[in-house]
Design a protein around this ligand. Structure first.
Ligand code: GLP
Length: 261
Protein backbone atom coordinates (compact mmCIF):
# COMPACT_ATOMS: atom_id res chain seq x y z
CA UNK A 1 0.00 0.00 0.00
CA UNK A 2 1.17 3.50 -0.70
CA UNK A 3 1.93 5.64 2.31
CA UNK A 4 -0.45 8.60 2.17
CA UNK A 5 0.66 11.78 3.91
CA UNK A 6 -1.86 14.59 4.23
CA UNK A 7 -0.17 17.98 4.53
CA UNK A 8 -1.74 21.36 5.31
CA UNK A 9 -0.45 22.98 2.12
CA UNK A 10 1.77 22.32 -0.94
CA UNK A 11 4.79 24.04 0.62
CA UNK A 12 4.77 21.62 3.55
CA UNK A 13 4.50 18.73 1.10
CA UNK A 14 7.35 20.17 -0.93
CA UNK A 15 9.57 20.40 2.16
CA UNK A 16 8.85 16.81 3.12
CA UNK A 17 9.74 15.47 -0.34
CA UNK A 18 12.76 17.78 -0.64
CA UNK A 19 14.18 16.49 2.65
CA UNK A 20 13.95 12.92 1.33
CA UNK A 21 15.64 13.85 -1.94
CA UNK A 22 18.40 15.64 -0.07
CA UNK A 23 18.97 12.68 2.27
CA UNK A 24 19.27 10.48 -0.82
CA UNK A 25 21.90 12.78 -2.33
CA UNK A 26 23.85 12.91 0.93
CA UNK A 27 23.93 9.11 1.05
CA UNK A 28 24.81 8.82 -2.61
CA UNK A 29 26.41 11.83 -4.36
CA UNK A 30 25.79 10.04 -7.71
CA UNK A 31 22.05 9.84 -7.05
CA UNK A 32 19.67 9.73 -10.00
CA UNK A 33 16.54 11.86 -9.63
CA UNK A 34 13.34 11.31 -11.58
CA UNK A 35 11.97 14.74 -12.49
CA UNK A 36 8.35 15.61 -13.15
CA UNK A 37 6.97 18.73 -14.77
CA UNK A 38 3.60 20.36 -14.09
CA UNK A 39 2.76 22.52 -11.09
CA UNK A 40 2.62 19.79 -8.41
CA UNK A 41 6.38 19.20 -7.98
CA UNK A 42 7.26 22.93 -8.01
CA UNK A 43 7.14 23.26 -4.17
CA UNK A 44 9.63 20.37 -4.00
CA UNK A 45 12.09 22.10 -6.33
CA UNK A 46 11.73 25.39 -4.45
CA UNK A 47 12.38 23.72 -1.09
CA UNK A 48 15.23 21.67 -2.52
CA UNK A 49 16.98 24.72 -4.00
CA UNK A 50 16.80 26.41 -0.59
CA UNK A 51 18.06 23.36 1.33
CA UNK A 52 20.95 22.76 -1.09
CA UNK A 53 22.07 26.38 -0.68
CA UNK A 54 21.57 26.50 3.10
CA UNK A 55 23.25 23.18 3.81
CA UNK A 56 25.95 23.47 1.15
CA UNK A 57 25.21 20.10 -0.45
CA UNK A 58 27.33 19.16 -3.48
CA UNK A 59 25.02 18.15 -6.33
CA UNK A 60 27.72 18.16 -9.01
CA UNK A 61 27.42 14.42 -9.68
CA UNK A 62 23.65 14.11 -9.34
CA UNK A 63 21.81 13.28 -12.54
CA UNK A 64 18.20 13.82 -13.48
CA UNK A 65 15.79 12.22 -15.92
CA UNK A 66 12.58 13.97 -16.91
CA UNK A 67 9.47 11.89 -17.39
CA UNK A 68 8.36 13.24 -20.72
CA UNK A 69 8.54 15.78 -23.52
CA UNK A 70 6.18 17.20 -26.12
CA UNK A 71 6.87 16.25 -29.71
CA UNK A 72 7.30 19.13 -32.11
CA UNK A 73 8.18 22.02 -29.81
CA UNK A 74 11.67 23.39 -30.41
CA UNK A 75 13.77 22.73 -27.27
CA UNK A 76 14.07 26.51 -26.75
CA UNK A 77 10.26 26.95 -26.69
CA UNK A 78 9.43 28.20 -23.16
CA UNK A 79 6.92 25.38 -22.64
CA UNK A 80 9.05 22.52 -23.93
CA UNK A 81 9.77 20.30 -20.95
CA UNK A 82 13.47 20.76 -21.74
CA UNK A 83 13.00 24.50 -21.04
CA UNK A 84 10.76 23.92 -18.03
CA UNK A 85 13.24 21.49 -16.43
CA UNK A 86 16.14 23.88 -17.09
CA UNK A 87 14.19 26.81 -15.58
CA UNK A 88 12.59 25.05 -12.60
CA UNK A 89 15.17 22.40 -11.74
CA UNK A 90 18.62 22.47 -13.38
CA UNK A 91 19.38 26.14 -12.75
CA UNK A 92 17.81 26.65 -9.27
CA UNK A 93 19.28 23.39 -7.92
CA UNK A 94 22.65 23.95 -9.59
CA UNK A 95 22.67 20.57 -11.35
CA UNK A 96 25.18 19.89 -14.10
CA UNK A 97 23.24 20.53 -17.36
CA UNK A 98 24.97 17.60 -19.12
CA UNK A 99 23.61 15.25 -16.43
CA UNK A 100 20.00 16.34 -16.88
CA UNK A 101 18.15 14.32 -19.50
CA UNK A 102 14.84 14.99 -21.23
CA UNK A 103 13.37 12.75 -23.96
CA UNK A 104 14.04 13.96 -27.48
CA UNK A 105 10.87 15.58 -28.84
CA UNK A 106 12.18 16.15 -32.37
CA UNK A 107 9.55 14.75 -34.76
CA UNK A 108 12.33 13.38 -36.99
CA UNK A 109 13.45 11.06 -34.18
CA UNK A 110 10.12 10.50 -32.38
CA UNK A 111 10.06 6.80 -33.30
CA UNK A 112 13.48 6.03 -31.83
CA UNK A 113 13.60 8.58 -28.99
CA UNK A 114 12.03 6.11 -26.57
CA UNK A 115 14.64 3.41 -27.07
CA UNK A 116 17.47 5.94 -26.83
CA UNK A 117 16.05 7.24 -23.55
CA UNK A 118 15.66 3.74 -22.13
CA UNK A 119 19.33 3.09 -22.94
CA UNK A 120 20.42 6.29 -21.18
CA UNK A 121 18.28 5.40 -18.15
CA UNK A 122 19.67 1.88 -18.03
CA UNK A 123 23.23 3.22 -18.14
CA UNK A 124 22.69 5.77 -15.34
CA UNK A 125 19.87 4.24 -13.31
CA UNK A 126 17.98 3.01 -11.53
CA UNK A 127 16.31 6.24 -10.51
CA UNK A 128 16.62 6.68 -6.74
CA UNK A 129 13.66 8.99 -6.15
CA UNK A 130 10.99 9.55 -8.79
CA UNK A 131 8.75 12.60 -8.36
CA UNK A 132 5.33 12.29 -9.94
CA UNK A 133 2.28 14.46 -10.46
CA UNK A 134 -1.02 13.06 -11.64
CA UNK A 135 -3.30 14.27 -14.41
CA UNK A 136 -7.01 14.78 -13.73
CA UNK A 137 -7.60 11.69 -15.90
CA UNK A 138 -5.17 9.65 -13.78
CA UNK A 139 -2.17 9.86 -16.11
CA UNK A 140 1.40 9.75 -14.83
CA UNK A 141 4.15 11.15 -17.00
CA UNK A 142 2.12 11.34 -20.19
CA UNK A 143 0.83 7.77 -19.91
CA UNK A 144 -2.80 8.33 -20.75
CA UNK A 145 -5.61 5.94 -19.73
CA UNK A 146 -5.15 2.62 -21.48
CA UNK A 147 -1.35 2.72 -21.36
CA UNK A 148 0.17 -0.68 -20.71
CA UNK A 149 1.26 -1.16 -17.12
CA UNK A 150 4.56 -2.57 -18.42
CA UNK A 151 5.14 0.13 -21.05
CA UNK A 152 8.55 1.63 -21.78
CA UNK A 153 9.51 5.09 -23.04
CA UNK A 154 7.75 5.70 -26.34
CA UNK A 155 5.77 8.02 -28.58
CA UNK A 156 2.19 8.64 -27.37
CA UNK A 157 -0.85 10.67 -28.39
CA UNK A 158 -2.22 13.05 -25.75
CA UNK A 159 -5.91 12.97 -24.83
CA UNK A 160 -7.97 16.04 -25.56
CA UNK A 161 -8.51 16.43 -21.79
CA UNK A 162 -4.75 16.63 -21.18
CA UNK A 163 -4.37 19.12 -24.00
CA UNK A 164 -7.15 21.25 -22.49
CA UNK A 165 -5.62 20.94 -18.99
CA UNK A 166 -2.24 22.04 -20.33
CA UNK A 167 -3.60 24.83 -22.56
CA UNK A 168 -3.05 27.21 -19.63
CA UNK A 169 0.67 27.08 -20.35
CA UNK A 170 0.13 27.95 -24.02
CA UNK A 171 -1.89 30.61 -25.85
CA UNK A 172 -4.67 28.17 -26.74
CA UNK A 173 -5.44 24.46 -26.84
CA UNK A 174 -4.50 24.39 -30.55
CA UNK A 175 -0.93 25.26 -29.61
CA UNK A 176 -0.59 22.26 -27.28
CA UNK A 177 1.18 19.49 -29.21
CA UNK A 178 -0.80 16.34 -29.98
CA UNK A 179 2.09 13.93 -29.40
CA UNK A 180 4.69 13.33 -26.72
CA UNK A 181 7.50 10.98 -25.76
CA UNK A 182 6.97 9.66 -22.25
CA UNK A 183 8.62 7.20 -19.92
CA UNK A 184 6.39 4.15 -19.72
CA UNK A 185 4.62 2.93 -16.61
CA UNK A 186 7.04 0.00 -16.47
CA UNK A 187 9.93 2.47 -16.70
CA UNK A 188 8.57 4.57 -13.83
CA UNK A 189 8.05 1.48 -11.66
CA UNK A 190 11.78 0.66 -11.86
CA UNK A 191 12.60 3.66 -9.64
CA UNK A 192 13.49 2.83 -6.04
CA UNK A 193 11.07 5.26 -4.41
CA UNK A 194 8.03 6.95 -5.97
CA UNK A 195 6.73 10.21 -4.52
CA UNK A 196 3.42 11.29 -6.03
CA UNK A 197 2.25 14.81 -5.23
CA UNK A 198 -1.28 16.10 -5.77
CA UNK A 199 -2.87 19.28 -4.50
CA UNK A 200 -6.36 20.74 -4.88
CA UNK A 201 -9.88 19.36 -5.24
CA UNK A 202 -9.50 18.81 -8.99
CA UNK A 203 -7.13 15.91 -8.16
CA UNK A 204 -9.37 14.23 -5.55
CA UNK A 205 -10.90 11.65 -7.91
CA UNK A 206 -7.56 10.81 -9.55
CA UNK A 207 -5.90 10.37 -6.14
CA UNK A 208 -8.67 8.11 -4.83
CA UNK A 209 -8.59 6.01 -8.01
CA UNK A 210 -4.79 5.76 -7.90
CA UNK A 211 -4.51 4.81 -4.23
CA UNK A 212 -7.70 2.85 -3.58
CA UNK A 213 -9.26 2.03 -6.94
CA UNK A 214 -8.69 -1.19 -8.85
CA UNK A 215 -5.29 -1.64 -10.46
CA UNK A 216 -6.11 -0.84 -14.05
CA UNK A 217 -4.52 0.57 -17.20
CA UNK A 218 -7.58 2.84 -17.33
CA UNK A 219 -6.04 4.76 -14.42
CA UNK A 220 -2.28 4.71 -15.09
CA UNK A 221 -1.53 6.17 -11.64
CA UNK A 222 -3.05 3.06 -10.04
CA UNK A 223 0.21 1.35 -11.06
CA UNK A 224 1.72 2.85 -7.90
CA UNK A 225 -0.06 -0.01 -6.11
CA UNK A 226 2.48 -2.36 -7.74
CA UNK A 227 5.41 -0.52 -6.17
CA UNK A 228 6.75 -1.48 -2.74
CA UNK A 229 7.83 2.03 -1.80
CA UNK A 230 5.41 4.75 -2.81
CA UNK A 231 4.61 7.93 -0.89
CA UNK A 232 1.56 9.97 -1.86
CA UNK A 233 1.67 13.56 -0.59
CA UNK A 234 -1.67 15.34 -0.76
CA UNK A 235 -3.39 18.36 0.75
CA UNK A 236 -6.85 18.11 2.34
CA UNK A 237 -8.83 18.86 -0.86
CA UNK A 238 -6.89 16.28 -2.90
CA UNK A 239 -7.33 13.72 -0.09
CA UNK A 240 -11.05 14.34 0.27
CA UNK A 241 -12.27 11.28 -1.66
CA UNK A 242 -10.03 8.73 0.06
CA UNK A 243 -12.05 6.09 1.94
CA UNK A 244 -9.33 5.15 4.42
CA UNK A 245 -8.20 8.68 5.21
CA UNK A 246 -8.50 8.18 8.98
CA UNK A 247 -6.18 5.21 8.79
CA UNK A 248 -3.58 7.11 6.74
CA UNK A 249 -3.57 9.93 9.28
CA UNK A 250 -3.32 7.42 12.14
CA UNK A 251 -0.41 5.59 10.49
CA UNK A 252 1.46 8.83 9.82
CA UNK A 253 0.87 10.15 13.36
CA UNK A 254 2.21 6.89 14.80
CA UNK A 255 5.07 6.34 12.41
CA UNK A 256 8.14 4.97 14.18
CA UNK A 257 10.41 7.38 12.25
CA UNK A 258 8.18 10.45 12.31
CA UNK A 259 8.28 12.98 9.49
CA UNK A 260 10.44 10.78 7.32
CA UNK A 261 9.06 9.20 4.17
C1 GLP B 1 1.41 17.06 -17.31
C2 GLP B 1 2.69 16.27 -17.06
C3 GLP B 1 2.50 15.29 -15.91
C4 GLP B 1 1.88 16.01 -14.75
C5 GLP B 1 0.53 16.56 -15.12
C6 GLP B 1 -0.19 17.23 -13.97
O1 GLP B 1 0.52 16.39 -18.10
N1 GLP B 1 3.15 15.55 -18.20
O2 GLP B 1 3.76 14.73 -15.57
O3 GLP B 1 1.76 15.13 -13.65
O4 GLP B 1 0.74 17.49 -16.15
O5 GLP B 1 0.20 18.57 -13.89
P1 GLP B 1 -0.06 19.51 -12.66
O6 GLP B 1 0.87 19.06 -11.59
O7 GLP B 1 0.26 20.88 -13.14
O8 GLP B 1 -1.48 19.36 -12.28
Amino acid sequence: MAEVVVVPDPDTGGQLAARTVLDTVRRNPDAVLGLATGSSPLPVYRALARLIAEEGVDVGRVSGFALDEYVGLPPAHPESYRSVITREVTVPLGLSPDRVHVPDGDPARADTAGEAYERALAAAGPVDVQLLGVGTDGHIGFNEPGSSLTSRTRLKTLTEQTRRDNARFFGSVEEVPVHCVTQGIGTILRARHLILLAFGAAKADAVAAAVEGPLTASVPASAIQLHAHTTVIVDEPAASRLTHLDYYRHAWANKPAPQHI
